[in-house]
Design a protein around this ligand. Structure first.
Ligand code: ADP
Ligand code: DP6
Ligand code: CO
Length: 345
């Protein structure tokens, strides 16, 4: 019986953002969202879980520092996986009685708007499923209860989180709409502008938006359904300029909602706004949309672009945002990624 597992999970960066819950406990969103799961080399979580009869308490260490295990999200994920394991034939029942130690590392900034909660909770839930011997089955609904965006990191490629309609959240799950291999030409550049922890976390920021923003209702009812439909078609057609335009508009609208929140949540900074301007300038010079930006709840940019533009865009940004004393932008490269057949649930 294997009592220790180590797994890795990738981040995903949304092109249609999830922002707002209709149920805080179950983490049920007010709108569908759509993201791209990114290659793991530069952006992933790695989690080891060990179950042992000698452990007297459960423990979690995140990036070398012990955190509180008894938080509602971790507890719920552990209980739900255990519950499913009990129902499953293949599971190791003996291990279920032991306390566990979780040790997780992110190889990129945590809580800085680069989706660490997505890879982090996907990794935790996936590791638990492996530990207790759960064979291929839906676990995106459990990852969702760790952090909403985590449900999308259970699958590779292009992933939609369907908000669902049921009160118990059973149909609020992630589905792959296309594998990464469908669009191998699509590349990603992450511009790390600031790696410190954001002041307002995504959870409290979106709760405040739901309570106070007028604009959020308009977005949810009038914009998101149409955008999900159009961007899905753009992905199917590999229509980059359509994909890019919808992505940038949705990022801008999401940050407009953050500003429409009271008190406002300001995630982008001057460098972020400069990046937005540079992207539009680059596209104008090209006479076509060749690169798209999107910003999560933080100042760091994620650029989507066709492979053949990576070099030029990097050269352009190194020129306009040189790494000197004022700026220290770190560039991370990635591509959409599929999760290994062996490891995918
Ligand atoms: P981000 O923009 O990075 O997703 P959030 O505010 O949404 O920031 O979430 C950050 C929180 O996610 C962390 O404070 C921590 O509680 C949790 N988290 C991040 N990485 C991990 C991990 N590897 N394992 C478990 N939880 C994690
Ligand atoms: C801006 O998934 O981090 O990154 O569900 O409360 O844990 P909780 O929030 P989280 O929110 C992510 C918000 C976003 C957009 C997105 O990833 O879709
Ligand atoms: Co997050």
């Amino acid at each position: 019986m294997q009592n220790s597992v180590t797994v890795i999970a990738p981040v995903n960066i949304a092109v249609i953002k999830y922002w707002g819950k209709r149920n805080e406990q179950l983490i049920l969103p007010i709108n569908d969202s759509l993201s791209v799961t990114l290659s793991t080399a530069d952006l992933c979580s790695k989690t080891t879980i060990t179950a042992d009869p000698s452990y007297e308490e459960n423990k979690i260490v995140l990036n070398g520092k012990e955190e509180n295990f008894d938080n509602e999200r971790i507890t719920r994920c552990v209980e739900m996986i255990k519950h499913r394991a009990l129902e499953s034939e293949s599971c190791s029942k003996e291990l279920l009685a032991y306390k566990i130690h979780v040790d997780s590392e992110n190889n990129f900034p945590t809580a800085a708007g680069l989706a660490s909660s997505a890879s982090g909770y996907a990794c935790l839930v996936y590791a638990l499923a492996q530990l207790y011997g759960l064979k291929k089955q839906e676990i995106s609904d459990i990852a969702r209860m760790g952090s909403g965006s985590a449900c999308r990191s259970i699958y590779g490629g292009f992933v939609q989180w369907q908000k669902g309609v049921q009160l118990d959240g059973k149909d609020s799950i992630a589905v792959q709409i296309a594998p990464a291999s469908h669009w191998p030409d699509l590349h990603v550049l992450i511009l790390v502008v600031n790696d410190s922890k954001k002041k307002v976390g995504s959870t409290s920021g979106m709760a405040r938006s739901v309570l106070t923003s007028e604009l959020i209702k308009y977005r949810v009812e009038k914009c998101v359904p149409q955008r999900i439909h159009s961007i899905t078609q753009a992905i199917k057609d590999r229509d980059f300029s359509k994909f890019a335009e919808i992505t940038m508009k949705d990022s801008n609208q999401f940050h407009a909602i953050c500003l429409d929140t009271y008190p406002p949540c300001v995630y982008m900074n001057d460098v972020s706004h400069a990046i937005v301007n540079f992207v539009h300038e680059f596209n104008r010079n090209e006479g076509e949309t060749k690169v798209a930006y999107t910003f999560d709840a933080g100042p760091n940019a994620c650029l989507y672009l066709p492979e053949k533009y990576v070099k030029r865009v990097l050269a352009f940004f190194n020129h306009v945002l040189p790494n000197d004393n004022q700026n220290s932008v770190e560039y991370l490269r990635g591509t959409p990624v599929d999760i290994d057949e062996e490891t995918e649930f």
